[in-house]
Write a protein of this length. Structure first.
Length: 414
């Protein structure tokens, strides 16, 4: 998942942080795009490693000799690895230099994806996926904050949007490409390709990404105190339930489409979803400074609209693609929206609020994989969109009601 408790800004103690906006006009300040794109690639690898099984479930299930619902737990165990380790690893490594930590996390992905690719034993595959989740816990502990530290204060939101663009790129290009690669050359080849990309990224990080110190011991975030800050609890609730709703369908999207008779079109449906996600993150990056509340409400309604179409009219192929379009438009900017909302609401406790957001995001992904598997075995895949709709109702209610804190009509400093 996409957020970070490492949110040191240019006003922090790090003497090498981004220059103050007063040093020059915003027009003259530029983003370090080459370094930020390396972070976006790290986000891409993290996101794609997590979601790649969604497009490969039938093939992986056959090869590992387990059911599709059991194979879906490869997404669940990844999320559990992140959820269990994000906060303790963030605390344990808070004094590490950021570049060393990033390289360590990405090396973990290279190892885990290689083991996944060569394993023929379900248990070993699950261990490798858990290790990948642990590596994700390290990565998500610093990626967004890393991006902020690279940018001048007025451009920090855009810097995060650039880094987080790896998520919709993974969804729009990575998962469809991985699905196609898996269908043509075997699912193992898709995971080996991830290893190759990660090795190239390690070289890129060494060459282009600046280093920053970690936090002093006294600066480490206090987690539970952040829950008492007005606005933090609503943001965390929305994160937990929104991601749960999304994951129930996304983790089993290949199976859902196969049951609709569209199994051969999984890559195309995911391409539509991901392309719309790219549009979403571009709009959010451009408008979030002034319209966080409106964008969050719109995202919720768009995903709910997609679920409604899939629940009622999924027998019409064209409307399945329309639903994928709406889903992508709603979902693409959600990581940036919730991460920004958590940082705004947390104030001085922003580090702790975002660490909890990382954990709850992955708890929700794990819960989505488990609940989706139960629903698949007990009722069938047609229950997924109805469950999404049921979960999105309280999400919308909390966002609408959290007008003063959490999702305010006007962001602080806007």
């Amino acid at each position: 998942m996409s957020t970070s408790p490492d949110t040191t800004t240019s006003s922090g103690k790090d003497s090498r942080a981004a220059p103050d906006a007063r040093a020059g006009s915003e027009e003259r300040q530029k983003l370090p795009l080459f370094a930020l794109l390396a972070l976006a690639t790290a986000v891409f690898i993290t996101s794609l490693t997590e979601t790649l099984p969604a497009g490969l479930l039938p093939a992986m299930s056959d090869d590992l000799h387990v059911s599709e619902s059991a194979t879906g737990q490869t997404v669940t165990i990844y999320a559990i690895g992140t959820a269990l380790t994000a906060i303790p690893l963030t605390a344990a490594t808070s004094a590490w230099r950021r570049k060393v930590l990033l390289l360590t996390a990405m090396a973990g992905f290279a190892v885990a994806n290689t083991v996944t690719a060569v394993s023929s034993v379900y248990g070993l595959t699950m261990v490798a996926r858990f290790v990948a989740g642990v590596a994700a816990g390290l990565a998500w502990a610093l990626l967004a904050g890393y991006a902020r530290r690279m940018a001048p204060a007025p451009l920090q939101g855009k810097a995060i949007a650039v880094a987080m663009a790896g998520i919709p790129v993974a969804l729009s290009l990575g998962v469809p490409a991985g699905t196609f690669l898996g269908e043509t050359l075997g699912w193992r080849t898709a995971f080996l390709a991830m290893t190759g990309l990660t090795v190239l990224l390690l070289l890129w990080i060494v060459a282009a990404v600046p280093d920053y110190p970690g936090q002093e011991r006294g600066e480490r975030p206090k987690m539970l105190g952040a829950l008492r800050v007005p606005g933090v609890a609503p943001v965390l609730f929305v994160t937990l339930v929104f991601v749960l709703a999304h994951t129930i369908l996304y983790a089993y999207v290949a199976t859902f489409l196969e049951d609709l008779g569209m199994g051969g079109s999984t890559d195309l449906v995911l391409l539509v979803f991901g392309a719309a996600s790219l549009v979403s993150i571009w709009v959010v990056g451009a408008q979030i400074h002034r319209r966080l509340r409106a964008l969050t409400i719109a995202s919720t309604l768009l995903v709910a609209g997609a679920a409604a179409l899939l629940a009622v009219l999924s027998d019409t192929t064209a409307l399945v693609y329309v639903a994928a379009l709406l889903w992508g438009l709603g979902w693409g900017g959600v990581p940036t929206l919730l991460q920004t909302a958590a940082g705004d609401a947390g104030g001085d406790s922003a580090d702790a609020a975002q660490a909890m957001l990382v954990t709850l995001w992955n708890v929700a992904m794990a819960g989505g994989g488990i609940l989706g598997g139960v629903l698949l075995d007990a009722i069938g895949s047609d229950s997924f969109p109805w469950t999404m709709l049921l979960l999105l109702l309280p999400v919308l209610g909390v966002v609408v009601l959290a007008r003063s804190h959490g999702f305010p009509a006007k962001r602080p400093g806007a």
